[in-house]
Design a protein around this ligand. Structure first.
Ligand code: NDP
Ligand code: 2IT
Length: 444
């Protein structure tokens, strides 16, 4: 059996019940096979792939807190410190009821390659909890965050592990987490990114993932002689990534006509009103029904459905496995030109393959959504310098980083005779740098 197949089998057997981690592992392993097979015995002897697929450390802890009725609640907290070959562990925290170790490991594993692609010195990690911030009061969210950090603080640090936001963790949560870290550690350091602008946050971090997605998508379209101007765009999600993807798509002349949350979706043929969407989601924390009520041109539908809308470009920006084979077939039948992932692993492997087989340009999340973590690394740099850069400075660096990622991904794909296979290109380019750093640092 080939070394790659052996490792896929062993890791899956040793980590039962972690479906999303298995999926992420398979996708990476299948596409780096060509690199490993150039030097298979060397990789096998050094157990390079086993070391890559086993986190350096994984932490699981109890998070007790008191709700507004005086009832004690208990959640589970996680931090998976996956790989520190190229820098301190870096990656977000997700607060969502679906969180379990398999989800955190899939996200942490993806983060290793994504962070490598940014060209910045950051390793891979991820954490979170099955806590659901939805419907909780600010005091309850604060109580949870303080309890979560009371355990987490001993494992993280500005040069060790730097968490940030992800689903369910935005500016409010990062603020509470930072406050408790500072109190417990008696030090004011850049231990989290995505902080508020008055206490060390970077301008453009809020916008970075969505803007970066569009910078990457635009670079990919241009390389394939497609102009984004005038294109109809279907977006899923209505959170941090989706909102700023919609905003930048409009600035580039595209026309986003959909968004969604976990209860329903909006079709707005006039184009999404991004100011209204921000008001509904960022300020009032309401459902998308409130958007439809405030806007005459918008239709609201219950359940899933954004991929049924005829579009030129699809941007899945909500969550994992939200674009299935059936959706890919509908998109292709409707003439989609490109799919670019804003979320982490939103497209199943079967759907990805179907899109690629039908010549749809496909941008994998670990490349196309890397703008968020890249700007987090820029926030770390500013904190270390005790300086703040302007919005324009950060945004320009972000744009350059995304265009470089696209160029490196496209070049890696071509080098291995897989022209335009950006999934393979991203995995190969990300993998090679991590492997070189791991090899140079010996058996650790
Ligand atoms: P938010 O919490 O801000 O928004 C998430 C959005 O997706 C919400 O509209 C939410 O709806 C919807 N959603 C979440 N889970 C589900 C689900 N199970 N089914 C249907 N809809 C769902 O998160 P972000 O925008 O930050 O994150 C979105 C994706 O982007 C995630 O995959 C994340 O890992 C990825 N990402 C985020 C980065 C960042 O910087 N924030 C960076 C790179 C990737 P509802 O509110 O109803 O739950
Ligand atoms: O998935 C991701 O890259 C993020 N949630 C952002 C991580 C970060 O450290 O900014």
């Amino acid at each position: 059996m080939s070394y790659v197949d052996e490792v896929i089998e062993t890791i899956i057997e040793q980590n039962p019940g972690e479906a999303e981690f298995h999926q992420a592992l398979r996708e990476v392993m299948e596409t780096i096979r060509v690199v490993v097979e150039e030097n298979e015995e060397e990789y096998r002897k050094n157990a390079l792939l086993e070391r890559l697929a086993n986190p350096e450390r994984q932490i699981k802890f109890r998070v007790p807190w008191v709700d507004d009725n005086g009832q004690v609640q208990v959640n589970t907290g996680y931090r998976v410190q996956f790989n520190s070959a190229i820098g301190p562990y870096k990656g977000g925290l997700r607060f969502h009821p679906s969180v379990n170790i398999g989800i955190i490991k899939f996200l942490g594993f993806e983060q290793i390659f994504k962070n490598s692609l940014t060209g910045l010195p950051i390793g891979g990690g991820k954490g979170g909890s099955n806590f659901d911030p939805k419907g909780k009061s600010d005091r309850e969210v604060m109580a949870f965050c303080q309890s979560f950090m009371t355990e987490l603080y001993r494992h993280i640090g500005a040069d060790t592990d730097v968490p940030a936001g992800d689903i369910g963790v935005g500016a409010r949560e990062v603020g509470f987490l930072f406050g408790q870290y500072k109190r417990l550690s008696n030090s004011y350091e850049g231990v989290l990114t995505g902080k508020g602008l008055t206490f060390g946050g970077s301008l453009a971090r809020t916008e970075a993932t969505g803007y970066g997605l569009l910078y990457f998508t635009n670079a990919m379209l241009k390389a394939n002689d497609i102009d984004i101007a005038g294109k109809t765009i279907a977006v899923s999600g209505a959170g941090n990534v989706a909102i700023y993807a919609i905003e930048k798509a409009q600035q580039l002349g595209g026309k986003p006509v959909t968004c969604s949350d976990s209860t329903g979706w909006i079709y707005d043929p006039e184009g999404i009103d991004v100011a209204l969407l921000k008001e509904v989601k960022e300020v009032k924390r309401e459902r998308l029904t409130a958007y439809a009520e405030a806007r005459e041109s918008a239709e609201y539908h219950e359940g899933k459905g954004v991929w049924t809308v005829k579009c030129d470009i699809a941007l899945p920006c909500a969550t994992q496995n939200e674009l299935l084979l059936e959706d890919a077939k509908t998109l292709v039948a409707n003439g989609v030109l490109a799919v670019a992932e804003g979320a982490n692993m939103p497209t199943t492997i079967e759907a990805t393959e179907y899109l690629q087989e039908n010549n749809v340009l496909f941008a994998p999340g670990k490349a196309s959504n890397a703008g968020g973590v890249a700007t987090s690394a820029l926030e770390m740099a500013q904190n270390s310098q005790r300086l703040s850069w302007t919005f324009e400075e950060v945004d320009l660096k972000l744009k350059n980083i995304m265009e470089n990622i696209f160029a490196n991904v496209a070049a890696a794909a071509s080098e291995y005779d897989m022209d335009k296979n950006y999934v393979a290109g991203a995995n190969i380019a990300g993998f090679k740098k991590v492997v070189e750093a791991m090899n140079a640092q010996g058996i650790v």
